[in-house]
Design a protein around this ligand. Structure first.
Ligand code: G6P
Length: 369
């Protein structure tokens, strides 16, 4: 057990730190940035199906569903294909409209989630092409889907998913870029810039991990909180959901993720000096709007923990704590902003003495319906 943890106190921490190398493993051999090539057999062999798709339906559960939400933004943005993201458990039970020219993407770390499997079977029965994004090689879902791509994140032991999430986003981004290039919905210049930027992501994650000590200090301040709100917009709205899920899963603190602009339609009523609010406020992506949300929280005495772009000064002046991440393209920010949120939950759970790798009532792979 100790050997497998490679000196880390928990698998979750090890897996958080593995993300730079896991992401490299995801794109290794697939993305040749210097030659401007993205190749993935499962997509290349079925390129027409993807290009002719009237829409993409993503089915997944838990953290994988959050990766699907990020994919919605990136596919619509770069490949201009409409995307619907469905909880597999809702999709399968509600007589959904599935057409032959739909492409269904099933995302699952374990490749064993029963509801996701059932959604795949339903999609296949209705004639859709089903593409899997799994981590576990040879898993049931990877065998049931027509084609797919493995994330190659390596074994994920901690029940709270970390590196599976960022590698799922990586693979989905590569697919979106490939389709965007094939469709001409992104320019050649942008395509090349994205590939080059993707190659920098592992080192930018390394940099984000360097905030660990600072995050421990922030975690100390909020470890006894009863509730926590997470806000983000655009690409970082799903990251807010994922940040809240991480905190709930391992520390048992009630947390909610919300699109920042929706705060005024409900969560704002909860804000007082007892309420920590984690706000993702990176420079790209409606920055000014998020800044005004921060002002609203501040005027109600909420405590603000902001995830900002390196060198930011305006949010720094308002927030109680800031955690910096490197600048990157908006579409790739989730790969960086997720990191401090994982560490924040991890440290709070450790400080509270919780079983981080095996939280109560949760399972790594949910094979019941
Ligand atoms: C369980 C796990 C989560 C995971 C979800 C979906 O709830 O605890 O970490 O996100 O299942 O699992 P999958 O293997 O399909 O990604």
């Amino acid at each position: 057990d100790q050997i497998e943890k490679a000196g880390y106190e928990h698998f979750m921490l090890k897996e958080i730190y593995e993300q730079p190398s896991a992401i490299k493993d995801t794109y290794r051999g697939r993305m040749l940035a210097d030659r401007g090539i993205i190749r993935m057999a499962g997509v290349d062999d079925n390129l027409e199906k993807f290009l002719n798709a009237k829409r993409i339906i993503v089915v997944a559960c838990g953290t994988s569903w959050h990766a699907g939400l990020v994919a919605e933004y990136i596919f619509e943005d770069l490949a201009r294909i409409p995307v619907e993201v469905e909880y597999a458990s809702e999709f399968r039970y509600r007589n959904p409209v599935i057409n032959k020219d739909d492409v269904v993407i099933a995302i699952s770390q374990s490749g064993e989630t029963a509801d996701t499997m059932a959604a795949i079977k339903l999609a296949k029965e209705n004639g859709a092409f089903v593409f899997g994004v799994c981590n576990v090689v040879g898993s049931s879902i990877s065998r049931e889907t027509h084609a797919g791509a493995y994330t190659h994140a390596g074994p994920e032991i901690g029940v709270a998913s970390t590196k599976a999430f960022t590698t799922q986003i990586t693979i989905l981004s590569l697919i979106a870029l490939k389709l965007g290039k094939a469709k001409g919905s992104i320019s050649n210049t942008d395509y090349h810039m994205y590939l080059n930027e993707m190659e920098l992501i592992p080192s930018k994650i390394e940099k984000a991990l360097e905030s660990n000590k600072h995050i421990i200090e922030v975690a100390k301040v909020y470890k006894n909180a009863k509730n926590c709100l997470y806000l983000g917009r655009g690409y970082n709205f799903p990251v807010a959901l994922e940040g809240a899920l991480k905190l709930k899963e391992i520390s048992y603190i009630h947390a909610e993720g919300y699109p920042a602009a929706e705060m005024k339609h409900g969560p704002i009523a909860l804000i007082d000096e007892q309420m920590p609010v984690v706000v993702i406020a990176t420079k790209k992506g409606h920055y000014e709007k998020v800044v005004s949300n921060i002002q609203e929280i501040k005027s109600r005495k909420g405590k603000i923990i902001a995830i900002v772009t390196e060198g930011d000064t305006s949010v720094k002046n308002m927030a109680d704590h800031v955690i910096e991440v490197s600048e990157t393209f908006e579409a790739l920010t989730p790969l960086l902003t997720t990191i401090p949120l994982q560490l924040f939950s991890y440290h709070i759970a450790v400080m509270l003495g919780k079983n981080v790798d095996q939280p109560r009532n949760l399972a790594k792979s949910v094979t019941v319906e």
